[in-house]
Ligand binder design. Structure first.
Ligand code: TIU
Length: 220
């Protein structure tokens, strides 16, 4: 075990039991015309992390960590889309509607895909999830158990929605969770900051936060 500089204290990194989970780095959340923008958000706010997510991904690949990518998406027949989710709010386009990058948040559509720079490579796990949390209605729990994973390093978007929801799900399931500050973003910078603080408050009530350079130093 080696300690990685983190908050609220060093993260007890165990390389053999750790995996990287990259949450929802999809065109729908980062590009014009996608789901994020139809909700009224400025997607440029979350595009800025792509180079750092890429650095993290490459470092974890080099360190031999299992990599998991998640995608928030629904079946083309919408059978896994609760009415309450489809009807929420007043977006310009709803989930399943035809947009400039195909049907919004539907599996297999161009806009739903992971960004080209962050595409999974052979052997990496891709989890399609209908909820904000990656454990709900997916095989993630059994996949991690089968791989002997007890620690999760988190990246992705958005910090306070799908990243935090999945982190809380994982924390309750007994995983030690670490969120990489430079590799996560929100449409609301103040929500990102608040999430980082609430995760590491109270002695790490949800988990740890760390800077990318400190994490990468811990891999060497
Ligand atoms: N709207 C928003 O901030 N996020 C989502 O809907 N999904 C994810 O965070 N992936």
């Amino acid at each position: 075990m080696s300690g990685i500089k983190a908050e609220p204290f060093d993260f007890p990194f165990r390389r053999e039991q750790a995996a990287l989970i990259v949450i929802d780095m999809q065109r729908d959340f980062t590009e014009a015309g996608g789901f994020g923008e139809t909700l009224g958000n400025d997607v440029r706010r979350v595009q800025t992390i792509v180079p750092d997510v890429r650095r993290l991904l490459e470092a974890c690949r080099q360190a031999g960590l299992p990599i998991i990518h998640t995608m928030e998406c629904h079946r083309p027949d919408l059978s896994d889309l609760p009415e309450a989710k489809r009807n929420r709010g007043t977006p310009r386009l709803r989930i399943g509607d035809q947009g400039p990058m195909g049907r919004i948040l539907i599996a297999g559509e161009p806009g739903t895909d992971i960004l080209p720079e962050l595409q999974p490579i052979a052997g990496e796990v891709v989890i399609e999830k209908p909820g904000k949390g990656a454990f709900y209605a997916t095989d993630l729990g059994s996949i991690l158990k089968e791989k002997g994973i007890t620690q999760l390093i988190f990246a992705g978007v958005t910090t306070e929605v799908c990243v935090q929801t999945t982190m809380r799900e994982a924390n309750d399931r007994g995983f030690e969770c670490l969120l990489v500050e430079e590799a996560t973003a929100s449409y609301f910078p103040e929500f990102k900051q608040a999430t980082l603080e609430m995760i590491r408050a109270q002695g790490g009530i949800v988990g740890w936060t760390a800077h990318l350079d400190d994490l990468m130093e811990g891999f060497t």
